[in-house]
Design a protein around this ligand. Structure first.
Ligand code: HEM
Length: 500
């Protein structure tokens, strides 16, 4: 009877457990199968062999072509760039998942040809692979140059450079105005570029350049800088087909090597001067960032100290100048096409700074909430890096339920993310007021993923505080000193608001 009972009990267990086990195994296997098959949709329109490569080469800006694909293929899709595959993210929730949960898995950069040739073989921080070298350099730059503490100590450099540039603009107006008109044509894009360059150059190498906004370039190397940006954004044939690299189709590698040599000669000159001054005891070695690097840096496994010094200083000048001055140019262009906003910010300046005070200081700029709203709205509509900087997956990961394999590139379409109609009413319109009402608590420092002009996570822009300071200070002053009008498509005319 016991035997019977125990047999029955065993049978019961088997009878119940076996189908359950079978069911769970089936569910687990089928889930695993579905998971492994769940791949992100690939955008249509790929050409044989080259894939979607032509989308990135114009005639439309790539962020617009990719935004059009997002309307068709959804919040995330892949594109093929020859033998490479890139995931394009056009939605803030997915961007958030990538830059929080998967931030580490996505923290490296692709080894593109442009990045290798133009960035001292990835010694520049923005292109360095994720690892010890990148981590140490990022920490070093923040502690020695871009921390809030260091930036406060360098406040006088920013204020004095902006002041000098304003005086020069005023002198230009004074010289050029005629008895018939007090309006003078100035290419403000160049003026913004010169101010930004001078602030950064003073901080990193203790130098400034002469003005170029009278229409003539004053330093030859700016042409190499322009070429650097043109080529740096290039995805060359060898990126899509590494085995064809030796052919250098289109001759772009040759151009990259030439530009990189020109820029290296420039920075090599700065470095030589620093070394000579230190040797002759003419300068305090820690007067600027290059001097600090000379005393504190040593060779590391990947690169020698001289290369690190040149690559880092050049990357700060290049990375900071273009992005910040482009944003100021957009802000002014948007204000000129939205006169109400222009009047409003000038009223804010009059009431907070006052017509009698000429120079707006950084402490004044902190209280200009409408100006800050204008800057946020400009960065929302026209982020200086509309496709951010490409990341690459170090390992396999699953995002939004889809499997992505290691080696896949990741492109954040900030242009599209920032114009999501679920988040922003009339997303294509310039409305700074939204940052004083519905989006009052929105910041641009990587905490609100709906607005990430500086990125977020481990590889987030490390110049964010500095950029915001320069943007606020320069725009506040130029709007306080001058009146603006549009003349031609690319130029603004100015007349002075305050007398000296
Ligand atoms: C309006 C101005 C600026 C904008 C919109 C901007 C935007 C960005 C973006 C989108 C990234 C890529 C983030 C990512 O990979 O997820 C980046 C990276 C970077 N930015 Fe900026 N940036 C600006 C100004 C500056 C300035 C002034 C500096 C330095 C002086 C700077 C230095 C860098 C560096 C070094 C990186 C690479 C960080 C890394 O790879 O670890 N940026 N920036």
């Amino acid at each position: 009877m016991d035997y019977f009972n125990s047999l029955t009990a065993t049978s019961v267990v088997v009878i119940i457990a076996f189908p359950l086990l079978f069911l769970f195994s089936f569910l687990w296997l089928s889930r695993r199968n579905t998971n492994s098959k769940k791949t992100v949709p690939e955008a249509g329109g790929a050409w044989p062999i080259i894939g979607h490569l032509r989308l990135l080469g114009g005639p439309q800006p790539p962020q617009i072509s990719l935004a059009n694909l997002a309307d068709k293929y959804g919040r995330m899709f892949t594109i093929k760039l020859g033998v490479r595959r890139a995931l394009v993210v056009s939605n803030w929730e997915i961007a958030k998942e990538c830059l929080t949960i998967h931030d580490k898995a996505l923290a490296t950069r692709p080894k593109a040809v442009a990045m290798e040739l133009l960035s001292y073989n990835h010694a520049m921080i923005a292109t360095a692979p994720y690892g010890t070298y990148w981590r140490q350099m990022r920490k070093f730059i923040i502690i020695e140059l871009l921390s809030n503490h260091r930036l406060n100590l360098l406040k006088h450099v920013r204020e004095s450079e902006v002041n000098t540039s304003l005086q020069q603009l005023y002198q230009l107006w004074n010289k050029k105005k005629s008895s018939n008109s007090d309006k003078v044509l100035v290419e403000m894009k160049r003026w913004f570029r010169d101010v930004t360059l001078n602030v950064i150059l003073m901080m990193v190498v203790g130098k400034r350049i002469p003005n170029s906004y009278e229409g003539v370039e004053t330093v030859e190397w700016k042409k190499s800088v322009d070429e650097f940006f043109e080529l740096g954004a290039k995805f060359v044939t060898a990126d899509a087909f590494p085995f064809l690299r030796w052919l250098d189709i289109g001759g772009e590698e040759k151009r990259m090597k030439k530009v990189s040599k020109e820029l290296d000669q420039l920075v090599e000159g700065w470095l030589r001067e620093h070394k000579e001054k230190i040797a002759e005891n003419e300068a305090n070695s820690e007067e600027d960032f290059m001097g600090v690097m000379l005393t504190k840096l040593r060779d590391v496994e990947e690169h020698d100290a001289n290369t690190i010094n040149k690559a880092t200083n050049l990357s700060l000048v290049l990375g900071g100048e273009d992005t910040t001055s482009i944003t100021m140019t957009w802000a002014l262009a948007l204000l000129l096409n939205n006169r109400d906003a222009l009047n409003k910010v000038q009223q804010e300046l009059d009431s907070h700074v006052g017509k009698d005070k000429l120079l707006v200081t950084e402490s004044d700029a902190k209280n200009l909430v409408y100006l800050q709203a204008i800057i946020k709205e400009t960065l929302r509509l026209y982020p200086a890096a509309p496709l951010s900087v490409t990341h690459e997956a170090i390992e396999d990961y699953t995002v939004n339920g889809y499997n992505i394999s290691a080696g896949t590139w990741l492109i954040f379409n900030l242009h599209k993310i920032h114009r999501d109609p679920h988040i922003w009413t009339n997303p294509n319109e310039f409305r700074p007021e939204r940052f004083m009402a519905t989006h009052k608590d929105f910041d641009v420092r990587g905490q609100n993923f709906e607005l990430i002009p500086f990125g977020s996570g481990r590889r987030m822009c490390l110049g964010v505080s500095f950029a915001l300071q320069v943007l606020q200070l320069t725009l506040a002053n130029v709007l306080h000193w001058f009146e603006f009008e549009t003349r031609h498509q690319t130029k603004q005319s100015i007349c002075v608001k305050h007398q000296d």
